[in-house]
Design a protein around this ligand. Structure first.
Ligand SMILES: Cc1ncc(COP(=O)(O)O)c(C=O)c1O
Length: 400
């Protein structure tokens, strides 16, 4: 018998449902087929120059060695200053840890707070890694379904009903991946109050904070009172607002006991985030976000184009997102029909049909816990968006 074995822990993690379709899209591209890819999970802008310069300077002065595992003091301090500046929240450095990307922030938070059987309430549609990371920490993801009809937002009543004696945390992601929805401050307040009253931690993933389209505003549940502040863990990072996905810099703000446990775990796990990347992070957080108005204007233009064009296709329902760079149209009206010569029954078969028949790559909603929808990222050139939407429209109009 072969001595090679794979632990049950990882065998229980399903391979990404989107992997097959991404692989197929890539293979078609390699064959020279002109695919319009709506799959991007990152801004299509370059990291701003002053941030890159700060990292280059750090390299040149030899800042290439280990740093404290939880991040350099300057960066922890810069996070404190940023939270004060943007949210009016007063954190001290002991309440902040720098992680190796936002994904790492959530992973380590789950690892240090969950015991076997502990439940985390996650509204669907959700960012696809949350449930798997909860399971990897022996926790139980409790999924609460929201849909396009309720604006993809969990209601206070749904949250109340999902809480059990095993509930440890409620995860809020606003602005949301995959829907782009931004919760109104009044609703966040209601949800945060329920968590406080029922003794449930609020985990708030605010990684898309900067990408909000007025009149919508970003609100953190930690902002309401000292009690809300003490009950909230904020998950954040530099990937989206500063276009630094490859730098792998995330951060977590919350109670000292949690931050110190995460630091302990991190010290035996990844150790510090890359030293010179952290130097770039200090520049990102301490300098004004001069790049932002132009980015937001460009994303907003593309967002409006997508929403308007998708809603003009009979059978497609596309709520208008107020943040991030995704639209999440409900296309379930086409289930049971033939699209591009292929019978469509769910979000996966629709994505396959669009890829094979229309040469357009979308991400099937089932990957995010909502089988009615497709996720399209508009962080691609406007001309590509137009070409892709022309193709989608043509094929969906011909569906029979
Ligand atoms: C909602 C959400 N949270 C966290 C992350 C993690 O970002 P990263 O690990 O690239 O910093 C992502 C990335 O797509 C995301 O969409």
């Amino acid at each position: 018998m072969s001595p090679i074995k794979i632990a049950e822990r990882i065998q229980a993690v399903p391979p990404s449902m989107t992997l097959a379709i991404t692989a197929k899209a890539n293979a078609m591209k390699k064959q020279g087929i002109d695919i319009v890819g709506f799959g991007a999970g990152e801004p299509d802008f370059d990291t701003p120059d002053p941030i890159k310069q700060a990292a280059k300077d750090a390299l040149d002065r030899g800042f290439t060695k280990y740093t404290p595992s939880g991040g350099i003091p300057e960066l922890r301090q810069a996070v404190c200053a940023k939270m004060k500046r943007d949210r009016g929240l007063t954190y001290e450095p002991a309440q902040v840890i720098i992680n190796v990307g936002g994904k790492h922030s959530f992973y380590n938070l789950a690892q240090v707070t969950l015991d076997p059987g502990d439940e985390v309430i996650i509204p669907a549609p959700y960012w696809l890694s949350y449930p798997e990371m909860v399971k990897l920490a022996d926790g139980v993801p409790v999924i609460v379904d929201t849909g396009a009809d309720q604006g993809f937002m969990v209601t206070p009543d749904q949250l109340e009903r999902a809480i059990t004696p095993r509930t440890v945390a409620f995860l809020l992601n606003s602005p949301s991946n995959p829907t782009g929805m931004v919760y109104p401050p009044a609703v966040i307040r209601q949800l945060a109050d329920i968590c406080l009253r029922r003794g449930v931690m609020m985990w708030s993933d605010e990684i898309y904070e900067a990408l909000v389209y007025p009149p919508a505003v970003h609100q953190s549940p930690a902002e309401y009172s000292q009690a809300h502040f003490d009950n909230t863990v904020i998950l954040h990072g530099l990937a989206k607002g500063w276009s630094m996905t490859g730098w792998r810099l995330g951060f977590t703000c919350g109670p000292k006991a949690i931050i110190s446990a995460m630091d302990n775990l991190q010290s035996h796990q990844t150790s510090n985030p890359t030293s010179f990347a952290q130097a770039g992070g200090v520049a990102a957080l301490t300098q004004p976000m001069d790049h932002l108005p132009a980015w937001l204007a460009s994303f907003d233009d593309r967002r409006r184009l997508c929403v308007q064009r998708l809603n003009a296709i009979p059978g497609v329902k596309c709520p208008e997102p107020q943040g991030a760079f995704y639209v999440f149209p409900d296309m379930s009206a086409f289930y049971g029909k033939t699209v591009c010569g292929k019978r469509v029954t769910d979000s996966l078969t629709l994505a396959e049909a669009l890829l094979e028949g229309a040469q357009v790559a979308t991400v099937p909603g089932i990957a995010f816990g909502d089988d009615r929808c497709q996720r399209l990222s508009y962080a691609i050139a406007k001309a590509s968006i137009e070409k892709g939407l022309d193709r989608i429209e043509k094929f969906l109009r011909e569906a029979a």
